[in-house]
Write a protein that binds this ligand. Structure first.
Ligand code: ZN
Ligand code: ZN
Length: 746
C-alpha cells in the first residue's frame, strides 16, 4: 500500500508578514510499496518540467499507467500545477477533481493556492469540503491559509470561527498559525485581539513582531508601533527589512523626522538589506517629514529607482509648492510615464492649486504623453474647483476622442465637474447615458440637484437609486439631507434622517447632524435645532455650531447667535468666520458698540478674515478677483462698469443693504463703495465686459455670497438681460430675469 500521509512541504508565503517553516521536501521521500522505499522515476521528470504543457503530458501518462490514482503520486504532480512558477490554478482544480482520494497534503496545497489567488473565497469552499467530505482533519498547514483567505476578504466572522477551530484542535501554540492570526485581526481592525494573540505566543519570531508592528501602523497607532519596535530591540530580536519598512512608515505618519533619521542610520549600521521597497520607504519618510534635502540626497544615491521613487519625489516637491524642482524631477524620469505626470497633477489638484494642475496637464499634452483615466479624474476635479467650464468641456471631448471608456470614477468626476461649473443639464446627460452607476455616481447627481436647490428632483433620484438596487451610503445621505436643507424640505429631511440607521444601516455622522441643524435652522425652527443638538449622541463639532450660527444670522436671533458662537469659539478660538458672523449679526441689529468691540478683539489677536475671492472663466482662461483689487489689466474698464451698474441700479430704486458689512464706516458713500468692491461684483462687471451676451457669466466664489451682492446680481440679470451663474461655498445661484434659482432660500 502507498502511504496516506507523506510529510508536508511548505514554502514561505508570498506576503512578507507571514512565513512558514520549510519542511523536508517530499521529492526526497519515496513511495511506500510495501517492500522498500525507492523514488518513482516519474517524480524526477515532474521536477524537470519547464512548462504546463510538459506537466499535462506527464498527467496523461500517469493516467494511462494508473499511477495518478495513487494519492501520493497524484500530489507530486498536483503541487507544481497549483503552486509552481508556471502553475495554472484552473488546470490544478480540474486535476484535483480527478483524484479519487486526495491526501491531506493535496487538500492543503489547493487551499493555499486559492488563498493567494484572485478568488480567495475558494479557499473556504475547499476547506469546508475538507472538513465534511474527507477523512482528514485540518492541520497546522491548513489553518494559516484559510486565515490568510479570511484576511484577504476581511471576513471577520469566518476568521473568528477558524480561530475557534484552531483552539479546539489544540493548534493555538503553533507559531505560524498565531502569526497569521495577528495579521488577520490587524487587517480586520481588531488590534486588541491581534495583540492578545501576539502576547500569548511563547517564542515570537521576527514575523510575529513584524505582523504586530505593521498592524499598529495600519491601524493608525504609530506611537504604539514605535513602542513595540523598541520592545523588540530590548528582547534582542533582530529586525529585518520588513520591520524597518513598517517603522519608517510609522515615522512618516507621525512626522517624526528625528526618529526617522535614527532608523535610517540604524539600517545602515546594522547592514539590513537595502532593497528598493526599503529605500522607497526611507524616501517617503523624509518627504512626509518635510525634509526634501534628506530625500534628495538619498534619491541621488539610489542605484535602483522605480515609479514609486520618482513619484514620491515629485509629490514631495509639488506639495511644498516647489514647482520647478518637481518639474525637473519629472523631466529626469528615464521613460516619460503617465504615472509620474499623474502624481504631479494630482498633487497640485489636491493641494488647492487647480490652475497649476491644469497647466501641467497642458504641458503633458504638448509632450504627446496621452492622459489616462487617473489624469482625467484629476483634471476634471481641477476644473470643478475652478468652475472652468470651457476647459472641462474640452477635456470631456478629449476623453471621447481618445476612446476612454467611462468607469464609475470618471462618470462621477464628469457629473461633478458639470454641476459645479453650472451646467446641470450636461451633468444629467452624462448621468443618463452611462450604463453602470455605482453609489458615488448616484450620490454626485443627487448633490448636483441639491446645489441647484432642486430638492424634489434630488429626492426623486434617491428613490430611483433604491429601485435600481444601489445601497445608499453615508455620502448619499449627506447629499440627500443637504438637498432637503437647501429646499426647505424639513419633513422629508427629518424622515430620512430617522431612517438612516434602522432602515439603511448607516450610522449618522457629524456631517449628517450638521445638515440637520442647518436644515432646521434655515427653516426658522431654531428651538428644534437647539433641542436636536442637545440630544445628539456624539459631541457636536464646530460644524454643528457653525450651522446654528448661520441660521441665527438669517433669522436675526442675537441671543442664540451668541450662545452658538461661544460654543464654536470654544472649539475653534481662531475661527474667524464665527467672529465675522457674530459681528454681522450685531451690525444687522444695530449693536454698533458690540461690533467695534469685536473688531478690536480681532485686530488685537491678529485674526484676519479669509479674503473673498471670485473667479471667472473667459475663453478658457481663469481670472481671479479679490475684494477691492486693482491689479487686473482691464481694471479701469471694470471700475467704470461698476459705476455704471450702480447708477443704473439706483435709478431702478436699489438701496444697498448695510448689514452685510463687517466694517462700520460712517459716511454713506464710503460704505457703498466697500460693498461695491466685493469680489463677485468685480467678476460680474468683468463678465459683462468680456463674455459674449449669448453666454452665461459663470463665477465661482470661495465664501458664501452676501445678501447685498445677491440682490445686486438679481437686478443685473434683469437690467442687463444676462444669465449669471454664481457658485459660492455652499450652493449654486442661477440669476435670470431678476430672480435667483435659490428663491432667496440659501
Ligand atoms: Zn457681497
Ligand atoms: Zn440665490
Amino acid at each position: 500500500m502507498m502511504t496516506d500521509n507523506p510529510p508536508q512541504h511548505m514554502e514561505t508565503l508570498s506576503t512578507p508578514v507571514i512565513s512558514l517553516p520549510r519542511h523536508p521536501n517530499p521529492t526526497t521521500l519515496t513511495v511506500n510499496n510495501g517492500h522498500q522505499h525507492h523514488p518513482h522515476p516519474v517524480f524526477s521528470l515532474i521536477k524537470q518540467c519547464k512548462n504546463i504543457k510538459q506537466l499535462k503530458q506527464i498527467h496523461t501518462q500517469m493516467l494511462r499507467t494508473g499511477l495518478f490514482f495513487d494519492p501520493y503520486s497524484a500530489s507530486k504532480l498536483f503541487t507544481p500545477c497549483a503552486l509552481g512558477t508556471f502553475s495554472s490554478l484552473e488546470y490544478a482544480r480540474e486535476m484535483f477533481d480527478q483524484i479519487p482520494q486526495p491526501n491531506l497534503y493535496t487538500w492543503n496545497t489547493l487551499i493555499r493556492a486559492y488563498s493567494s489567488s484572485a478568488e480567495p473565497i475558494q479557499s473556504f469552499m475547499i476547506f469546508l469540503q475538507l472538513v465534511y467530505n474527507s477523512p482528514y482533519f485540518p492541520n497546522e498547514f491548513t489553518f494559516p491559509f484559510v486565515i490568510k483567505a479570511a484576511a484577504r476578504l476581511v471576513q471577520f466572522r469566518v476568521g473568528q470561527a477558524i480561530h475557534g477551530m484552531v483552539i479546539k484542535s489544540s493548534f493555538e501554540d503553533d507559531l505560524f498559525i498565531s502569526n497569521s492570526l495577528i495579521h488577520f485581526y490587524a487587517i480586520c481592525g481588531d488590534l486588541a485581539m491581534a495583540y492578545c494573540v501576539f502576547v500569548m505566543i511563547g517564542k515570537k519570531d521576527v514575523v510575529s513582531w513584524n505582523s504586530m508592528i505593521s498592524g499598529f501602523v495600519q491601524g493608525g497607532f504609530f506611537e504604539k508601533a514605535i513602542e513595540l519596535y523598541r520592545e523588540m530591540e530590548m528582547e534582542n530580536v533582530k529586525p529585518d527589512e520588513v520591520t524597518m519598512v513598517a517603522v519608517l512608515s510609522a515615522c512618516a505618519k507621525k512626522r517624526d523626522l528625528e526618529f526617522g533619521r535614527w532608523v535610517c542610520s540604524y539600517i545602515e549600521k546594522n547592514g539590513i538589506k537595502m532593497d528598493l521597497t526599503l529605500s522607497n520607504a526611507m524616501l517617503d519618510m523624509y518627504v512626509k517629514c518635510g525634509s526634501l534635502e534628506d530625500a534628495k540626497s538619498l534619491f541621488d544615491k539610489m542605484e535602483e529607482k522605480d515609479i514609486v521613487s520618482w513619484t514620491t519625489m515629485i509629490d514631495g516637491y509639488a506639495k511644498l509648492g516647489e514647482f520647478d524642482a518637481a518639474m525637473s524631477v519629472l523631466a529626469a524620469v528615464p521613460i516619460q510615464q503617465i504615472a509620474t505626470w499623474n502624481a504631479l497633477i494630482s498633487a497640485y489638484e489636491q493641494n488647492g492649486k487647480p490652475n497649476e494642475a491644469l497647466s501641467i496637464f497642458h504641458e503633458q499634452l504638448s509632450k504627446n504623453v496621452n492622459p489616462d483615466e487617473f489624469t482625467f479624474v484629476s483634471v476634471l476635479s481641477a476644473c470643478a474647483q475652478l468652475g472652468a467650464m470651457d476647459i472641462g468641456v474640452q477635456i470631456h471631448a478629449k476623453m471621447k476622442k481618445q476612446g476612454i471608456k467611462l468607469n464609475c470614477y470618471l462618470t462621477t468626476s464628469l457629473i461633478d465637474m458639470y454641476t459645479k461649473c453650472g451646467n446641470l443639464d450636461k451633468a444629467l446627460e452624462v448621468f443618463h447615458t452611462v450604463k453602470s452607476r455605482d453609489v458615488f455616481v448616484w450620490s454626485t447627481m443627487i448633490a448636483g440637484f441639491a446645489m441647484y436647490g432642486r430638492g424634489r428632483d434630488a429626492l426623486d433620484l434617491f428613490s430611483r437609486m433604491q429601485e435600481a438596487k444601489v445601497k445608499p451610503n453615508a455620502v448619499t445621505f449627506t447629499n440627500v439631507l443637504c438637498a432637503c436643507s437647501h429646499s426647505g424640505l424639513v419633513d422629508e429631511g427629518r424622515m430620512f434622517f430617522n431612517q438612516m440607521e434602522p432602515v439603511y444601516g448607516v450610522v449618522p455622522g457629524v456631517k449628517h447632524y450638521t445638515c440637520m441643524v442647518d436644515m432646521l435652522g434655515r427653516a426658522g425652527l431654531l428651538d428644534e435645532a437647539v433641542e436636536f443638538i442637545e440630544k445628539m449622541p456624539i459631541v457636536p463639532g464646530a460644524s454643528v455650531w457653525g450651522a446654528l450660527l448661520g441660521a441665527c444670522k438669517i433669522h436675526e436671533n442675537v441671543e442664540l447667535a451668541e450662545y452658538a458662537c461661544s460654543h464654536l469659539l470654544e472649539l475653534e478660538p481662531e475661527n474667524h468666520g464665527a467672529l465675522v458672523l457674530l459681528s454681522n449679526i450685531y451690525a444687522k441689529t444695530g449693536k454698533w458698540d458690540n461690533v467695534s468691540e469685536l473688531r478690536k478683539h480681532m485686530r488685537v489677536s491678529g485674526l484676519k478674515k479669509e479674503p473673498g475671492c471670485s473667479s471667472i472663466e473667459v475663453n478658457g482662461e481663469i481670472h481671479k478677483f479679490l475684494a477691492g483689487e486693482s491689479s487686473h489689466p482691464l481694471c479701469k474698464e471694470i471700475y467704470s462698469k461698476l459705476d455704471e451698474i450702480v447708477a443704473r441700479l439706483k435709478s431702478f430704486g436699489y438701496v444697498p443693504n448695510r448689514s452685510h458689512l463687517l466694517q462700520l464706516v460712517e459716511e454713506e458713500d464710503v460704505q457703498e463703495q466697500a460693498l461695491n468692491l466685493h469680489s463677485e461684483r468685480l467678476a460680474i462687471a468683468y463678465g459683462l465686459i468680456s463674455v459674449e451676451p449669448s453666454q452665461p457669466i459663470r463665477i465661482v466664489k470661495n465664501l458664501r455670497v452676501c445678501g447685498d451682492c445677491h440682490s445686486v446680481a438679481k437686478l443685473i440679470s434683469k437690467l442687463y438681460n444676462r444669465e449669471i451663474l454664481l457658485r459660492d461655498r455652499y450652493r449654486f445661484h442661477h440669476f435670470s430675469g431678476g430672480n435667483c434659482s435659490c428663491m432667496d432660500y440659501w
